[in-house]
Structure formats: C-alpha cells, structure tokens
Write a protein that binds this ligand. Structure first.
Ligand code: PRP
Length: 211
C-alpha cells in the first residue's frame, strides 16, 4: 500500500491536528507514546507522520517529502510555497498585529522601524498604507525589540495577548486573521487524490465544529 506522508507542526497545534487526523481514519498509536522520536508509521492504515518545526512544514510539502501537512496562514503568506491550500481547519486561530509601547505615537514624517519574523507580510502591509518603513528581521522574542529601542513597533502574531501584556506592549492594529490550513503537494494531490480527498472530506465535517 502507498503510504500517505504527513508533516505535522511540532507543538500544541500539531497535537490537535493529529487528534483530528486520527478521528478521520489515520490513527498511529506509536505517536501517542511519549518519546523524542520524530517519525511514526502505521502500516495498517498506510500513514507516516513526522514532526517538523511549524515554519518548515511547507518546505516538506512543496518538495514532496510530505504529501500533505498543516501550516498557519501566516507561514503560507510569508513564504508563498508552491502547494495547494485545501482547507481552513479553523484551529490555531490568532491575528497578525502591529504592537508597541502604550505611549507610542507614530510620526508620519519619520521612517518607522518595524521588527518582525514576518518581513514579507509587514512590508506588504505598510506598502499598501504608503508608509515608509525599515524592517529589522528577527527570528524570535520579537517583543523585546521596542522595549530595548531596536524598533518603534513589531509585527507579530497575537493569540492570547499574554506575551504582549507581560512585556508592557499593546496591540496598535490588528490586520489579518490567521488559522491553520491543510496543504498538499501538487503531484501528490493528483497521484493520491482518492485518499487525500477522503481525508479532506472527513476533516470538513470536523472543522465545521471548530468555527
Ligand atoms: C508567538 C508570537 C508571540 C506569541 C504570541 O511566538 O511570536 O511571541 O506566540 O502568543 P500569545 O499572544 O498567546 O502570548 P512563538 O510561541 O511562536 O515563539 P517564537 O517567538 O519563538 O517564534
């Protein structure tokens, strides 16, 4: 039997996603054991899962190592991978926001310095507004940039708002709703269309409950 290869985003979102795939007919008991392995197979149902860094999921799918995977809309907009986006899973919901210190006042005559992991999304957002900016690309802990004076504001995802609150920052603009998407490799989608479509249809029933 041909295996269906699935890239799961490591972390809480991935565990939720696995739960949905399991209920949709792709269980894999070994993944539920608490260990540090990264690849798991269930030959009986023909599935192989692997845990990858969330922002790497589209790379595995685009290159066909994974037939399908789950990635946040933020990652898809930022990296624009050549994959099919099949379904909004309605989980992992958060927003792309501009955040800064509560006393921040934007001076339109000055270039705005923006720290972010999402350079493309931030550039497009400010381009549309016609605002002159200078991007400082960071890989994490974005929230400290305005505190230490590295940037005026940040563009980042906000879920619960706890990270901002604990670092004395506030949301200045909330401009893009984000959620997790089921994505597929383009070739796999034609060669394994039956199994991928079957899974997608089962997931549609589940995602309706997540709205
Ligand atoms: C994201 C984001 C914020 C935080 C927001 O970081 O960059 O820091 O989550 O979540 P909250 O509103 O619920 O506090 P992530 O956990 O992905 O870590 P990273 O900065 O290392 O990428």
């Amino acid at each position: 039997m041909k295996m269906l290869n699935i890239a799961l985003p490591k972390g809480r979102l991935g565990e939720k996603v696995y739960g949905m795939f399991k209920e949709a007919g792709f269980p894999c008991p070994s993944i539920e054991e608490n260990n540090r392995k990264l690849i798991f197979e269930n030959e009986e149902v023909g599935v192989r899962y692997f845990w990858v860094k969330p922002s790497d999921v589209p790379i595995y799918v685009e290159r066909g190592v994974a037939d399908i995977g789950v990635a946040g809309k933020d990652i898809l907009l930022e990296y624009e991978p050549d994959v099919y986006e099949l379904l909004d899973l309605n989980i992992g919901k958060c927003s792309m926001c501009v955040a800064g210190k509560s006393n921040f006042i934007d001076d339109p005559l000055k270039t705005l310095t923006v720290a972010t992991k999402f350079s493309r999304i931030a550039s497009e957002y400010y381009l549309k507004k016609g605002r002159d900016i200078d991007i400082v690309h960071l890989n994490g802990s974005i929230e400290i940039a305005p505190i230490l004076g590295l940037s005026d504001v940040i563009v980042d995802i906000v879920e619960t708002g706890t990270t901002l609150k604990e670092n004395d920052l506030i949301v200045l603009e909330r401009f893009l709703p984000i959620s997790a998407r089921l994505i597929a490799n383009k070739q796999s989608f034609s060669f394994k269309s039956c199994v991928i479509d079957g899974l997608k249809n089962k997931l549609i029933e589940k995602t309706e409950g997540n709205v």
